[in-house]
Ligand binder design. Sequence first.
Ligand code: NAD
Ligand code: TYD
Length: 354
Amino acid sequence: MTILITGGAGFIGSNFVHHWCNNYPNDRVIVLDALTYAGNRQNIAPLESLENFRFVQGNIGDRSLIDSLLRAENVDTVAHFAAESHVDRSILGPDAFIQTNVVGTFTLLDSFRHYWTEKGSPENYRFLHVSTDEVYGSLGPDDPAFTETTPYAPNSPYSASKAASDHLARAYFHTYKVPTIITNCSNNYGPYHFPEKLIPLMCINILLGKPLPVYGDGQNIRDWLFVLDHCKALDIVIHKGQPGETYNVGGNNEVKNIDLVTLLCELMDELAPDLPVKPSKQLITFVKDRPGHDRRYAIDATKIKTELGWTPEVTVEEGLRKTIQWFLNNREWWQPLLSQEYQDYYQKVYGVSV
Ligand code: NAD
Ligand code: TYD
């Protein structure tokens, strides 16, 4: 297989690149990443010396680059992760979300369509579009979990842009028979997670003895999935999934934000030596809610389980322990990410500096 992985220097993408290189050492892996603020070449640095590996810095919206890369590398599989991915940033500035998530995905899909047609429309080619459960909108406390047929109802500029890209991936199968597959996954966490997201932000702030900002009443619910479980699901979808299908991926781990942050504090107190403030729970601070904040997400992953045989393996507590240990062991990874750009972002969202 020759697989083009877009966004492979980001959080989930880089975990997936490691997973693929470990499990399929004979496959050729091309990573295309624009290295935005969220992209970090360090995440995949140990792989760059592999013979079958190539890193290309570039934008998914650059049509001539994509056209030539697909042909030069004879790509048969695309795993498309590249995106603007943070809801709070989409509220501050939606433009980049439309450019990358909508226009960029369109450019990639359309380039792949022409290339695939020119090759004689091979049946074994795949275009995996990696998406989110946020496209389905917000659930009430007693609503059933999202299935693949739940109507789309995105509420943030981020989820709206991902919904638009999902529709394009779907349309390219129905109209042109391009072998696209869509996955909609719940909240991931684990190694290489950029500090702006809930779990790494809380880990880092506990280590720094800074306030832990919980939005609103802290009763919002997310379904949490350890990132390597997500990577395994995507692997199975690439190998066994049906073109034109959508698969929901979730951890079956619904947790209220306040309970998750409290558990994180308890695990940090146990695992981290010399915390500046202990018990770290004292740092929890309720702050102004995120505008349009979705109340609850929950995934029904019956389809991927029954049709493809995937189930999550890591419990929340186990996954959080691994994640905390990773952040404790990799200070030199996250410390430089608390840059001036990050401080400016933090100031805009939280009104204070980290
Ligand atoms: P991330 O923000 O950590 O990484 C995104 C990567 O894409 C970065 O390396 C960035 O440099 C790159 N990128 C951004 N714009 C680009 C462009 N125009 N051209 C090329 N590269 C570009 O995101 P993530 O959390 O790893 O998410 C990856 C994918 O998974 C996204 O599509 C996201 O919507 C989806 N997803 C994320 C989650 C989650 O919990 N993080 C859950 C479900 C689905
Ligand atoms: P986040 O990691 O941004 O993921 P998403 O919004 O895509 O689900 O946030 C997860 C949950 O945590 C969400 O309900 C918002 C909440 N949250 C806070 O309470 N405080 C924070 O500082 C952040 C970043 C998120």
